[in-house]
Ligand binder design. Structure first.
Ligand code: ADP
Length: 639
């Protein structure tokens, strides 16, 4: 076989083509970020090799260099970025540089479209498509690589049109060389001073030496090559922290806040944790899907990305690094699971992050509102009772989390904390009231609120899927129970006169209740008089011990078999509609019309709590009949 016919041609996965199209045609500003992306990849490749060599020392026995070299050739108009990292095999090349395996790319494309492809280069790295940023400045890219532990080398080449070629190459040491054929209008990047400046700006804290070729042909180290988090705080500028965040998180935003700490004593470690200002796209990645997360280092050696064992899942928006002095270098995800060192680290990570959030809530109210808006629903997961290993320890943080909670409320004055809520409770109010539903709009008009609001009590609106479990886990705050206004046992006493009137009227309704029970059958657990309603005729409340409709929906969406939520229908004894219904029902106990009206009342009660009704057509037909009666009698001349 001749070399020529060993050239393979491959097509890009459709998403890669789309990403490339965007990079080439729509991103105009900050083109220099290509260097950050490619150097980050090189640095990752060195990290991976160092990690693998821990268990397979042969990989680096002959060649123990870990470095990145950058050079330009003004005549050929090329920039080369070379590393002595893990390299890639033939198949890895095809897989890594021709397809985008994770969901990031689709989200990237969606986000780019949403922004009208306004040239926002900030989108690139965030979505894990960093390699393709090479096309910000190049019209042709070649990658020659030899995987550590392999003898064969390969050259990947593409002009980004619709695919790439692969052919055998020679490379005398392991690692990867990326050559950018710089576009005519991007020649500024061929200037060595410009590249050196970019290395200082974007890669100063990369933990491996980055050497830039000088005009004299020598290579000179252009970065500090020391782990930023190991430097004294006083020597690190705000800009360096921010740039480090972008490097570690592969993000483009400025972090909202960070905490840099050293823990001494039994377990020694250093942490540098950030709260992103832009929510990472991978917050809801399923277990197993890649997420950036917090990186674990042991004695400055990179061990793994997204070390879930050291960060509670309810803090999964946190980014940064944790560097332990005590963990063995050969830790794996499995051994991390039940290590006491890890448990101690995890506790500190939670503690330090909560300190940071407290600080933002206290000193930067507006920023906290944004943070809560982005991550509130995730933080609330920390309140959910969960007795798995690791999670049991998190119970210690419930009180601290409770202080960070914010809710919209019936006061309609923006978000409120539980402490503020309790402080403004009127005299006589014993509990903290809340109502769960799909959106503030649907809840704020709910009949369940009527009685409580009339008393002047504020009601918190809970609209996140996790809320049902979160309030169950929290139970109380400052000695005040959390009570749902849709709870069957809710007692909101009115004045004595009101109470008497209600009781008397309710007594008269017994036969209507029987009738209603007969009509609705097993759909309700009971029918009874309500003392929570003032303006509406009916509402549904949950039978004690029943799961909530929200829980039912979530569980079913997860494919779990759950019993249906069990409800009690409450009728408002003082409502004219209910009184009228009683009159008709008593006059004609077998009236089919009364049954129809009861059905409508029930469906309507379901709709107000946000539960879809079983048979919308029937509901509509019944309404039409009712309307027709109303219209006919309105149109007929009064006598
Ligand atoms: P990301 O780095 O976010 O995964 P990229 O598009 O930048 O996405 O890179 C895709 C993959 O290509 C990387 O995950 C890595 O496996 C591989 N890769 C890129 N550059 C190098 C390199 N210099 N050495 C080894 N592998 C690399």
């Amino acid at each position: 076989m001749t070399a020529e016919n060993r050239v393979e041609t491959h097509r890009f996965q459709a998403e890669v083509s789309q990403v490339l199209h965007l990079v080439i045609n729509s991103l105009y500003s900050h083109k220099e970020v290509f260097l950050r992306e490619l150097v980050s990849n090189a640095s990752d490749a060195l990290d991976k090799l160092k990690f693998r060599a821990l268990t397979d020392p042969d990989l680096t026995r002959d060649d123990n260099t870990f470095e990145i070299r950058i050079a330009t050739d003004k005549d050929a108009k090329t920039i080369t970025i070379e590393d002595t990292g893990v390299g890639m095999t033939h198949d890895e090349l095809v897989e890594n540089l021709g397809t985008i395996a994770h969901s990031g790319s689709r989200k990237f494309l969606e986000a780019a479209k949403a922004k009208g492809a306004s040239g926002d280069v900030n989108l690139i790295g965030q979505f894990g498509v960093g390699f393709y940023s090479a096309w910000l400045v190049a019209d042709r890219v070649t990658v020659t690589t030899r995987a550590a532990g392999h003898d064969d080398a390969w050259t990947w080449a593409s002009d980004a049109r619709d695919g790439f070629t692969l052919e055998p190459a020679t490379r005398d040491r392991r690692g990867t060389t990326i050559t950018l054929h710089v576009r005519d209008d991007q020649e500024e990047f061929l200037e060595l001073w410009r590249l050196r400046e970019l290395v200082t700006r974007y890669a100063d804290f990369v933990g491996h030496p980055i050497l830039v070729k000088t005009d004299g042909g020598e290579f000179e180290t252009a970065n500090k090559a020391s782990a930023l988090w190991r430097r004294p705080k006083s020597e690190i500028t705000k800009e360096q922290y921010e740039e480090f965040y972008r490097h570690a998180a592969r993000a483009y935003d400025d972090p909202t806040a960070w905490t840099h700490f050293r823990v001494e004593g039994n377990q020694e470690f250093v942490g540098l944790l950030f709260i992103p200002s832009a929510p990472p796209y991978d917050l809801d990645a399923q277990p197993g899907e890649s997420r950036r997360g917090v990186q674990l280092y042991v004695k400055r050696v990179f061990i793994m990305d997204n070390c879930e064992a050291i960060v509670p899942s309810w803090l999964r928006f946190v980014r940064g690094v944790l560097d332990s002095d005590d963990l063995p270098l050969n830790v794996s995800r499995e051994t991390l699971q039940d290590s006491s060192v890890v448990r101690a680290i995890r506790k500190q990570v939670a503690r330090k992050t909560l300190d940071l959030l407290d600080e933002i809530a206290r000193d930067r109210a507006d920023d906290y509102k944004t943070v809560w808006g982005h991550y509130g629903r995730i933080l609330k997961e920390g309140l959910v009772d969960d007795y798995r290993a690791g999670r049991a320890d998190d119970r210690d943080f419930k009180d601290r989390l409770a202080k960070l909670l914010r809710f919209e409320s019936s006061k309609g004055e923006g978000i409120v904390s539980l402490a503020e809520y309790v402080a403004r409770m009127p005299e006589g109010q014993e509990a903290i009231y809340y109502l769960i539903g799909d959106s503030v709009r649907t809840i704020s008009d709910s009949p369940h609120l009527e009685g409580v609001k009339k008393k002047g009590y504020e009601v918190l609106f809970l609209t996140d899927a996790v809320d049902t479990w979160a309030v169950e886990g929290l139970r109380e705050f400052q000695g005040k129970k959390l009570v749902s206004v849709a709870d069957a046992n809710l007692k909101v006493d009115g004045s004595d006169d009101e109470k008497k009137e209600r009781e008397e009227k309710a007594g008269l309704l017994r036969s209507l209740f029987d009738r209603t029970r007969a009509v609705l059958g097993s759909r309700v657990k009971d029918v009874r008089a309500s003392d929570r309603l003032t303006d509406s005729p009916a509402c549904l409340v949950l039978a004690p011990g029943s799961i909530t409709p929200a829980q039912e929906r979530v569980m079913r969406a997860l494919g779990r078999e759950v019993p249906a939520a069990q409800r009690i229908l409450e009728l408002n004894p003082t409502h004219p509609l209910v009184e009228g219904l009683r009159t008709v029902s008593e006059r004609d106990p077998a009236s089919p019309q009364v049954s129809e009206w009861i059905e409508v009342l029930y469906d309507q009660a379901l709709l107000t709590e946000g539960t879809p009704i079983d048979d919308p057509q029937r509901f509509a037909r019944r309404l039409t009949t009712l309307l027709q009666h109303a219209v006919t009698s309105a149109a007929s001349p009064t006598t």
